[in-house]
Design a protein around this ligand. Structure first.
Ligand SMILES: Nc1ncnc2c1ncn2[C@@H]1O[C@H](COP(=O)(O)OP(=O)(O)OP(=O)(O)O)[C@@H](O)[C@H]1O
Ligand SMILES: [Mg+2]
Length: 229
């Protein structure tokens, strides 16, 4: 039960802007176990998104290590990282990046076609995922024919399509009304219970924090595990 799935060790990410160096992450030790719902909170500019980018293999750290599901990401080349992201990680980021010319169903199918899932199974799985997020009557709608919250749910269905073991979410309830936020957290809890998936949520939302099994606070690129309250 207590298998470590994500671990960072003395993680550093330094950005340079002209002569100025910014330590977005400055020695971060972070751990998530399989099946945990982890919260990451902290002020704007503290390094939260940078941490998700490192765990998701979207960007390379300046120092330290990131081990995800037994693999040291700093040792993978670009092709291996792309493959790792496709198979292991689901991203729910602030900008949904849905493809405007595709329907909701087709958008959810995109990662499945990258993973070479045959057409029929692709459609079936995409439909099932859209049902899971309560959009079974919207499968043929294009993004501009959906509300903001509905688009967010399509993005969630898409993030779950390849059954990733880790889902990284940056402000997942940011644009949702409280009813949709509650149903999203219910869904996350259900997925954790059914599939033992791990969620790492960057959030300001007390509704999300309340559902987390543990919460970290980042300040100025340094991280601390919150005491249980
Ligand atoms: N590509 C970049 N180049 C230079 N500096 C960057 C870059 N990306 C982020 N930073 C800086 O690194 C710091 C951490 O940024 P990050 O996006 O991780 O913050 P955050 O905690 O996600 O903030 P927010 O809550 O506003 O989304 C900030 O000071 C930011 O300005
Ligand atoms: Mg951010």
């Amino acid at each position: 039960m207590s298998e470590t799935i994500v671990q960072t060790n003395k993680l550093v990410k330094k950005y340079r802007r002209g002569k100025i160096e910014i330590y977005a992450l400055n020695g971060v030790d972070f751990e998530a176990l399989r099946g945990e719902i982890v919260g990451v909170v902290g002020p704007s500019g503290s390094g939260k998104t940078t941490l998700l980018n490192m765990i998701g293999g979207l960007d390379k750290p300046t120092g330290g290590t990131v081990v995800v599901d037994g693999r040291d990401l700093t040792k993978l080349d670009a092709g291996e990282l792309a493959d790792f992201r496709l198979k292991k990680i689901g991203f729910i980021f602030q900008f949904y990046n849905l493809l405007p010319i595709y329907t909701a169903l087709e958008n959810v199918e995109v990662p499945l076609s990258f993973a070479k899932v045959p057409k029929e199974e692709r459609e079936e799985r995409a439909f099932e995922l859209l049902r899971l997020v309560g959009l079974e009557t919207r499968v043929d709608h294009k993004p501009d024919e959906l509300s903001g919250g509905e688009q967010q749910r399509v993005a969630i269905a898409r993030a779950l399509a390849n059954r990733p073991s880790i889902i990284l979410a940056d402000e997942p309830t940011g644009d949702l009304d409280s009813e949709s936020a509650i149903s999203l957290m219910k869904l996350i809890r259900k997925l954790k219970e059914q599939h033992n998936q791990t969620f790492i949520n960057v959030t300001h939302d007390p509704l999300v924090v309340q559902e987390c099994t543990k919460v970290y606070t980042i300040r100025d690129g340094r991280i601390q595990l919150n005491e249980k309250t």
